[in-house]
Ligand binder design. Structure first.
Ligand SMILES: Nc1ncnc2c1ncn2[C@@H]1O[C@H](COP(=O)(O)OP(=O)(O)OP(=O)(O)O)[C@@H](O)[C@H]1O
Ligand SMILES: [Mg+2]
Length: 377
């Protein structure tokens, strides 16, 4: 379905362990072949070939059977230990009890005891190995969580420092910008419509407007508005995005598809801020489609993610797939594949996190799909 996915939730899966290799594959692994099955065959062959007069050699060979049992237990846990004890018994049993001319010189009771101990050793060693593996997996898991948290802390620290700098700059820009906007309104009235310089003057105004938008974006990144949670229907959020930017998209040769269910998709959230996420993603989709034309699909629904009932708002667009190697960076502040500020997704992911939700990116559907998930009601 996808080759690119980013969720802004702590990772729920730790590093992969050996337990994920199937039992069958472990049975024929190189370690098992070299340290268990070949020694088992070799010991059995020697055992059957050794004359019954050589008591000591038989004693040693019987004890060498512990090697495959212990290896099996260490490699595959309790099941492996018992299986290897069973295989050893199958190999040793005829020699011990049925072959009179190659018989094992030890007493019958001793042989029965030995076979019992094979199983005991296989079981105990396997049990201990399973326990140790479980412990190691837990350690790996906590190490993984610790590393994730460390990375998040470093990122949070970086963002906070960045936020303070940006807030300072945006604040310094705001006052002169207000003066500029004030003066343009006055000057605009005295420059005649048919004047040759009018075109330059319009560029001047649009650049000031652009600066205003950028500084507002910087401020909303640096000083996030606290969210106000209330019961809402996610379909309303989708409709707001549609109403605000649908006409503009259609003008740019983009077809809009809405997939809204007939019943309400209830969740707790901040309508304005969720609409902000929707707008950021929608504008990105529009930019990704470019001038060639394409389709944007907005859908809303409910889905079970990580065992939680989540409500989602998804915006898919035709156009190039997102680069999987840069998927983490898309959410970094000031990362932009275009000449924009690169703050849209960073702000959006923070809003999603404030809702205890996350944003998922996948190369699927029409091409690329950005989906925001929040807890459903
Ligand atoms: N639908 C998409 N398809 C392909 N690339 C995307 C899509 N959405 C985002 N991106 C990539 O992610 C980058 C970061 O997006 P983000 O919204 O954070 O910043 P921006 O759009 O460049 O600037 P801003 O949103 O601040 O105006 C984009 O520049 C683009 O390269
Ligand atoms: Mg953007």
């Amino acid at each position: 379905m996808t080759n690119a996915s980013k969720t802004l939730l702590p990772a729920t899966h730790g590093p992969k362990g050996t337990s994920e290799i199937s039992f069958g594959k472990q049975l024929i692994s190189p370690t098992m072949l070299l340290a268990a099955w070949i020694p088992l065959i070799a010991v059995t062959a020697f055992h059957y070939a050794t004359s019954h007069e050589q008591h000591h050699v038989h004693d040693i060979l019987r004890r060498l059977y512990y090697l495959p049992i212990v290896v099996g237990a260490l490699q595959m846990g309790i099941r492996g230990g018992i299986l290897c004890a069973f295989m050893v018994t199958v190999a040793y049993f005829p020699h011990a009890f049925f072959l009179p001319h190659h018989f094992d010189p030890a007493a019958g009771i001793e042989k029965v005891l030995e076979i019992t101990i094979y199983f005991l050793v296989g079981t105990i060693a396997g049990y201990l190995s399973d326990k140790e593996k479980k412990h190691r997996r837990q350690l790996e898991q906590s190490l993984h969580t610790q590393e994730t948290l460390k990375a998040q802390l470093v990122r949070a620290g970086r963002l906070s420092a960045l936020g303070q700098t940006v807030a300072g700059i945006a604040h310094e820009i705001k006052n002169p910008l207000h003066s500029l906007l004030g003066t343009t309104e006055v000057v605009d009235q005295v420059i005649p419509e048919d004047c040759e310089e009018r075109r330059l003057w319009e560029i001047h105004i649009s650049e000031i407007e652009r600066l205003k938008t950028i500084s507002e974006r910087f401020l909303s990144f640096a000083r996030p508005t606290p969210i106000q949670l209330q019961e809402l229907d996610l379909r309303d959020v989708a409709q707001r995005v549609n109403e605000l930017y649908g006409a503009q998209a259609r003008q740019n040769n983009i077809q809009l598809e809405s997939r809204l269910p007939n019943t309400a998709v209830k969740a707790r959230g901040d309508k304005d801020q969720l609409a902000q996420i929707g707008i950021n993603i929608f504008l990105n989709a529009q930019k990704a489609i470019g001038n060639a034309g394409g389709t944007i699909r907005i859908s809303v629904g409910k889905e079970n993610r990580n065992n939680c009932d989540m409500a989602f708002l998804s915006i898919e667009n035709t156009g190039p797939e997102v680069d999987t190697t840069h998927i983490e960076e898309l959410f970094d502040p000031f990362y932009s594949g275009t000449d924009s500020t690169g703050l849209g997704l960073s702000i959006s992911s923070r809003i999603a996190q404030q809702h205890d939700g996350f944003i998922d990116v996948q190369n699927k559907g029409l091409g690329v799909a950005f989906t925001v998930y929040i807890h459903a009601l």
